[in-house]
Design a protein. Structure first.
Length: 141
């Protein structure tokens, strides 16, 4: 029983790190997008505001990677907790759990990631639209 608990602790440590990495990515997304939008507004370069979408897309993909890894290790955790005492080998291999449900694409389109990154992307677009000078202001009439 002790070896099984130790193995489960190892796996839980990896799951916690994946969740922590995901949380940090969301924080960095907000910081970078906010900084880019502040620069765009300050320099009055609204045509460059869509650059704020670049970190959203990149971090969304990276966050999906971490979510997929977390899901794979949760599957490993569930597998190990069902093993008998003599079957514990301390393997951290997740290949056997890869499949249709545990793909990067399914993580990318998960409800939590889609909601967060879509909301940030919408905020960038709204900020661009609100910052663009109107046609009347451009031509002075």
């Amino acid at each position: 029983m002790e070896s099984q608990l130790k193995h489960l602790e190892f796996i839980q440590g990896v799951i916690n790190r994946m969740g922590s990495n995901s949380f940090r990515l969301k924080g960095w997304t907000i910081v970078l997008v906010s900084a880019l939008l502040v620069l765009v507004v300050r320099e009055d370069k609204s045509e460059l505001a869509f650059i704020g979408l670049f970190p959203v897309v990149v971090f969304w993909g990276l966050d999906a990677y971490y979510l997929r890894q977390e899901r794979l290790y949760i599957a490993l955790y569930n597998h190990v907790r069902r093993l008998g005492q003599g079957e514990i080998d301390f393997s951290m291999e997740t290949r056997r759990f890869r499949g249709k449900r545990l793909t990067w694409h399914s993580a990318l389109l998960s409800v939590t990631l889609t909601a967060f990154y879509t909301a940030v992307a919408i905020a960038v677009v709204v900020a661009v639209l609100l910052n663009e000078p109107s046609e009347v202001a451009k031509h002075g009439t």
